[in-house]
Design a binder for this molecule. Sequence first.
Ligand SMILES: Nc1ncnc2c1ncn2[C@@H]1O[C@H](COP(=O)(O)OP(=O)(O)OP(=O)(O)O)[C@@H](O)[C@H]1O
Length: 249
Amino acid sequence: MTAGSLSCENIQVSFGGLKAVNDVTHDFKPGRLYGLIGPNGAGKTTLMNALSGHAALSGGRVRLDGRDVTHLSVHRRTRSGLGRSFQITKIFAGMSVLENLQIAAFAHRYRLQPFWLPASRFTAVREQAERVLEEVGLTALAHRPAEYLSHGDQRALEVGLSLLSEPRVLLLDEPLAGVGHDQLDRAIGLIRQIVKGRTVLLIEHNMDVVMQVSDEIVVMVQGQLLASGSPGDIRANPAVRAAYLGDEA
Ligand SMILES: Nc1ncnc2c1ncn2[C@@H]1O[C@H](COP(=O)(O)OP(=O)(O)OP(=O)(O)O)[C@@H](O)[C@H]1O
């Protein structure tokens, strides 16, 4: 798989009078992991929604691999290689881990949810689901009902679901939320693993984690980009320290 590139130029998203994303321009280069940080309400999720097509722009452009996708639906962006995970888990609690992946894999391939058919009949779907199962380290739990998974394993399944569309650019909104301390190393390992061959934008509130895994940090404050750079540069940036890290520069 070749990692994709994603860029936005002067994008804006407004909710009534509030400019949740205000004139944001950035290039997300192939194969790099970008950590998106900023205080609560800074506009991180809204920026991600604007890139994935879940939020309507009031201005600006989004390009995927150089192609203007500003007016493409979420579905068409997904088919073009842009994947997205959500803060809120979208798994079917009563189904097993493998069934969840099979249903979603089927939906991606055939654009419908065949609840009336046993998805396991379809070899390609089953093989893809099993590949993803392995990629996110859940093979041993394949037949466990999803509702009995730990938070960490539910997050891994959620990430797995977003891998089924074979994204070359992946947007991850707090994939570690609710993951216990004891499972954090494994979750970080999973992020490192799925990054390979992909471009990733990650929203993560745990500063140690985000500084550890990111190639570049992008800082948002009040809908705008305040700074971007290597984790070392961002830690040392006086404006970031004053505005966000809570340290008067
Ligand atoms: N659907 C919406 N309707 C109205 N206002 C919204 C909507 N979604 C977000 N907002 C507002 O836009 C601003 C940015 O919200 P957003 O969720 O993008 O921030 P965030 O940086 O992701 O925050 P957090 O870290 O708390 O998740 C906030 O003031 C929020 O209240």
